[in-house]
Design a protein around this ligand. Sequence first.
Ligand SMILES: [Ca+2]
Ligand SMILES: [Ca+2]
Ligand SMILES: [Ca+2]
Length: 235
Amino acid sequence: MRFLACLFLPGLVLASGCNSGDECQNDIDCPGSEVCRGGKCQPREPDGGLDGGEGGCDPHSPAPGELLINEILADPPGSASSDLEGDANGDGTRSAAGDEFVEIGSLADCVLVLDGVTVADSQEDKFTFPADVELEPGKVVVIFGGGSPLGDFGGSQVFVASGLALNNDGDTVELKSPEGTRLGVENYGTEGGDDQSLTRFVDLDADTSLVKHTQAPDAQGLRFSPGTRIDQTPF
Ligand SMILES: [Ca+2]
Ligand SMILES: [Ca+2]
Ligand SMILES: [Ca+2]
């Protein structure tokens, strides 16, 4: 019954012997540096639970459902290299390959570590995140097909693949964990080839479908929004 004494006399926590490993019902039953987890007083996570959350919330590799494919540009607008409306990566040239992009967002409550996460199409792996890439909750990363991205992109992290080669008339974009577990997948058809991206009807809302960017609320005629919300505001 020791935890009851701690529960009602929190000021006497240490004096009443509520130590590491003791039974508990709530954090208040434990020493100040510990939390109640699984009915026992235990140390907080090694980083002290920097991300907050009950019992700590450490950066971790994404589990299925924690990443969302938020936007796909398979068909950069225009055709000539001077058609700058299609210059999604901002490098001054419209490129059918380099200006393609995939925007991926986090639905997790904790920081996600993307090291080794792979983006694939229906044929093969296209991009694997390098080491030390962390994604904050509610933020997005963008992977362009190539080129030298230039711009702010809403402050989002930007990466360049050595080609995405997304088919304009239909393809699959899949996210896989380093172990090969499917983390997310989106299929699209000929709607992907309309000189604009496909984006969530509501940004980072997994319950909404991908729609043509110009048909999303607040798109204001914009054809894509790499790194930003549909209305070009930051995540
Ligand atoms: Ca394409
Ligand atoms: Ca470009
Ligand atoms: Ca966007």
